[in-house]
Unconditional design. Structure first.
Length: 412
């Protein structure tokens, strides 16, 4: 492994010496004018867009401080806390906790309890904990579930119980086509993300041939299908992997034989980390792009040097411009906000607004969400009749100097 990286480093050094005069070195993180096309395999020079600030008129959890609700009123977070890909769930949960904390500090007349259920991100585990939440009459709304597979497994149960759910991260488009009246998505789905990713790969990376790698999850399969469709004739190979897989020599061989300019990995970070390591060690020097399921610091930590220069798409906004939120988030959780932390905060704020404005049962909270229209940190919230948002921003990020930095607003 070390020898392969050393060979790449020597080769790249030669490129750097030839092109240094014409390329500005990236030393300023997300504030640099360009990213360095020769500082990591597959990286191109792109001027980063500025992270958006807190929008004017954003509705925050504290509200007007005049909220009143019955003693014992509760909402719930249901999602992975300690299971596979737990970091993605914890990003959301800490945002939920912060929203409830800020609300309760500002509203003595409405002290909302947050009840937490660990689904482990599993379609098999989720139904049991969802049943527990449904059977608790104090729970009037749910933030979750984070993943598409588990969301699909429990959507009908929530619908039958009339218990509204706002998912800050489940992106499979099919979730909103089941006729469920209680499912609301707090971000753009993969039908928005996939075309944006394909355009970035084609227009910004200038890739002519692309391999699309998919895992076996509901999320990975759906996103890969949509991205493959959007890329069209540029798709050169479509390797398949399994959840929990750690050895990828056959997949790497298939990719190197196809000789693509770019690889799109459709899955989650536990598999992406060893995959990218082995892909780079196998000699692939093209661009690597992955989606929101990989956009986590755990990917960067576990992939090591191989993560440098990887592009990460997400229907989520960078939190760099949300200074007060980021400061309070870190004070509460001892970590920086990450993927879907602001989205979890926004979703919770909407449920808290329902309670503050007099919703006393599940039907009233559901009706409030159905008709809600307001500005959050991350977007203007308004849902159509299927529970899909009318505003769906998409961003591209990249791993730069060992950190995930915002790069480009793909919604423009």
């Amino acid at each position: 492994m070390y020898k392969a990286r050393l060979v790449r480093a020597v080769a790249l050094a030669a490129v750097v010496s030839l092109s240094l005069a014409s390329c500005a070195q990236n030393t300023g993180g997300s504030n640099s004018d360009t990213t360095e096309s020769d500082s990591a395999p597959g990286r191109v020079a792109v001027k980063p867009d500025a992270a958006p600030p807190i929008p004017t008129g954003a509705v925050l959890p504290a509200g007007d401080g005049q909220g009143k609700c019955a003693k014992g009123t509760s909402i719930a977070y249901i999602g992975t806390i300690a299971g596979a890909s737990a970091a993605l769930g914890l990003n959301i949960l800490h945002g939920v906790r912060l929203a409830v904390k800020e609300h309760n500090e500002a509203n003595p007349g409405c002290q909302v309890k947050l009840k937490e259920f660990d689904s482990e991100g599993s379609p098999d585990k989720a139904p049991g904990v969802v049943t527990q939440a449904i059977n608790d009459p104090s729970i009037l709304g749910v933030i979750g579930l984070p993943f598409s597979g588990e969301s699909k497994a429990v959507g009908k149960a929530f619908n039958d119980a009339g218990l509204v759910t706002v998912s800050p991260s489940a992106t499979n488009p099919g979730l909103s086509t089941n006729g469920w009246k209680t499912f609301y998505r707090g971000l753009g789905n993969d039908a928005s993300q996939a075309p944006a990713v394909a355009t970035f790969i084609s227009d910004t990376l200038k890739a002519k041939k692309v391999c699309v790698v998919r895992d076996d999850s509901e999320y990975g399969i759906g996103l890969a299908d949509l991205t493959t469709e959007a890329l069209g004739s540029k798709v050169a190979c479509e390797p398949k992997i399994k959840t929990g897989q750690k050895e990828f020599s056959a997949v790497v061989g298939e990719i190197t034989s196809a000789a693509p300019d770019a690889v799109f990995f459709s899955g989650y970070y536990p598999e992406a980390s060893p995959f990218v390591q082995q892909l780079r060690d196998g000699g692939f020097e093209g661009s690597v792009v992955a989606p929101d399921g990989v956009r986590d610091d755990e990917f960067v930590k576990n992939a090591g040097d191989a993560a440098e220069g990887v592009y990460l798409s997400c229907p989520c906004l960078p939190s760099a411009g949300f200074e007060e939120f980021s400061k309070n988030f870190k004070a509460l959780s001892d970590r920086d906000p990450s993927t879907y932390s602001p989205e979890g905060y926004d979703a919770t704020t909407i449920l808290l607004q329902a309670l503050d404005q007099g919703a006393e049962d599940r039907a009233a909270v559901l009706d409030f969400v159905k008709n809600y229209e307001g500005q959050g940190l991350t977007k203007q919230f308004k849902w159509d009749e299927t529970g899909e948002l009318t505003e769906t921003p998409i961003w591209m990020y990249e791993v730069r100097d060992g950190e995930i930095a915002h790069l480009k607003d793909l919604s423009k």
